[in-house]
Design a protein around this ligand. Structure first.
Ligand code: ADP
Length: 479
């Protein structure tokens, strides 16, 4: 076999102008935080401090909510066609600046450029285009008299798909006539703060989109604000529960998209090589920082040894390293905190008795990295089989019959997604019918489309994003 020398292919970062310090975007203006406090945002692949972002306090949230309230008067007085045009404008501006956003996302969040360029950004634009198309058709889809926007929506998003989660939140909220106060996650706020510039360039009326950065306390200030009409949250189940408690007894709408521990079920009649590819994509996409990741591989016992052998061989070809290298498959872990969490869960898996396989590869000196990992010989009671690791770690369990596969797959407090691999269409339908999961992929994994609703069962949350269902999350019945 010829061993070709590897040559890197680095995407230039010159296209992005990262400022030394950022401001919040409130009421159509870029403003310093009244807290006068800032957080450092760090590149997870180099540990270099990239910039400072506002650590917003109660006063900042007060002015953002006030601006959104004023913005709502204007936004609800213009025609649906005009709202649609603004959204189309935003979608086109995203496409124009897509390379810049992709590079920034990879620098700030650590994800491989091939993913931010070929997945995140096209999906971001597609969501704005899709919901732009809906804005002037709401009255023919449902009776407009019965449904109306909430008003001011607080949106709190996580760090795994920073700009895409923003698009999932902002596009349907605006299409349905709401205005928003959005808080990005503290480790990945830069693309959201650049998106604020784009809203400004699109001439969006003041106060329709307000972007405030900060940490969990800033998020809590949004949730607890008396003039918020709805909260849309994506993040951990722990924080989701805190938010639900805070809103108890208040007339505030809520949708939660929380954790997952998805089963990826491979039956013995599946096309094995194709399934190996899908399993790799299911767990190692975006370093496994994916709430719907296929993190529990459920293998039919008869194919276990053959499948694991092929899987390990395929895993060994994954390239870990610089997110800006166009050949990188696995970028940096998003933060030191997340790396520590992954490491501790993996150590626990080993001490519980699981067999750990990790690929052999060199890791860069600085930054936060974790080798793609596979556990076999796992009992369903181990924490690696129950807890969301949110990293490049796959846990294998086995089953003998389809009934047993369903029992194991549903034996979790989560229910966000699942995968089924088999050559039989009837088996796909039989399995999907019995899985308690918001999304079930068959002979594929991690496929997304703005028209397809996404959301959870059980402790993975409630409410749907995407499609007509996603619009309904931002509309309420008028009295
Ligand atoms: P993770 O554990 O994946 O970082 P979190 O649920 O902690 O996920 O964070 C998701 C988002 O929720 C982030 O924007 C974070 O700042 C925000 N957040 C954290 N704690 C709270 C809270 N108590 N109330 C509201 N938002 C919060």
């Amino acid at each position: 076999m010829v061993n070709w020398k590897y040559s890197e292919s680095i995407e230039s970062s010159e296209i992005v102008n990262i400022k030394k310090k950022y401001q919040n975007y409130i009421g159509g203006k870029f403003v310093d935080p009244s807290s006068k406090k800032y957080l450092n945002t760090v590149s997870p692949s180099t540990e270099e401090i990239l910039s400072k972002i506002p650590l917003s306090n109660q006063k900042d949230i007060d002015s953002a909510v006030k601006a959104a309230k004023t913005g709502f008067e204007k936004w609800s007085s213009i025609t649906p066609q005009e709202r649609s045009q603004y959204l189309f404008k935003i979608a086109r501006l995203i496409q124009e600046r897509s390379r810049e956003f992709a590079v920034l996302e990879s620098i700030d969040g650590g994800k491989p450029i091939k993913e931010s360029r070929d997945f995140d950004l096209p999906q971001v634009a597609a969501n704005f285009f899709y919901f732009a198309g809906w804005a002037d058709k709401l009255d023919i889809s449902w009776s407009a008299k019965e449904l109306k926007p909430y008003g001011v929506v607080g949106q709190i998003i996580p760090w795994n798909f920073p700009l895409l989660m923003l698009a999932w939140k902002i596009a349907p909220a605006l299409a349905t006539g709401n205005t928003v106060v959005l808080k990005p996650a503290e480790t990945t706020s830069l693309t959201a703060l650049h998106f604020a510039e784009l809203c400004h360039d699109a001439g969006l009326p003041a106060g329709v989109v307000n972007i405030v950065s900060g940490d969990g306390s800033t998020g809590a200030n949004i949730v607890n604000h008396k003039d918020i009409n709805k909260i849309a949250f994506t993040g951990s189940t722990h924080v989701g529960k805190l938010i639900q408690k805070s809103l108890a007894g208040r007339d505030v709408g809520l949708t939660l998209e929380l954790g997952g521990k998805a089963a990826n079920i491979v039956y013995e009649d599946a096309a094995i090589d194709q399934a190996v590819e899908g399993v790799v994509n299911g767990i190692f996409f975006n370093q496994g920082h994916v709430c719907c990741a296929g993190s529990r591989l459920l293998l039919q016992e008869s194919i276990h040894d053959q499948f694991i052998k092929k899987l390990e061989k395929r895993m060994q070809t994954l390239r870990v390293g610089n997110p800006l290298d166009k050949n990188t498959d696995i970028g940096a872990i998003n933060s030191k905190e997340q790396l520590d969490k992954i490491t501790s869960l993996v150590n626990e898996g080993v001490s519980d008795g699981g067999d750990l396989f990790q690929i052999e590869c060199e890791l860069p000196g600085n930054g936060f990295w974790f080798r793609p990992s596979l556990f076999t010989n796992v009992q369903p009671s181990y924490s690696i089989a129950r807890e969301e690791i949110f990293g490049p770690v796959l846990t294998t369990l086995t089953f003998r019959t389809p009934e047993e596969a369903i029992e194991i797959a549903n034996n979790t407090e989560y229910g966000l997604s699942a995968g089924v691999w088999t050559e039989k269409g009837s088996k796909i339908l039989w399995t999907a019918d019995r899985l308690e999961a918001g999304v079930v992929w068959a002979n594929t994994f991690n496929k997304f489309d703005p028209s397809s609703p996404f959301g959870g069962y059980k402790e993975s949350g409630f409410g749907r994003e995407g499609g007509r269902h996603g619009l309904l999350s931002y509309l309420k019945a008028s009295l």
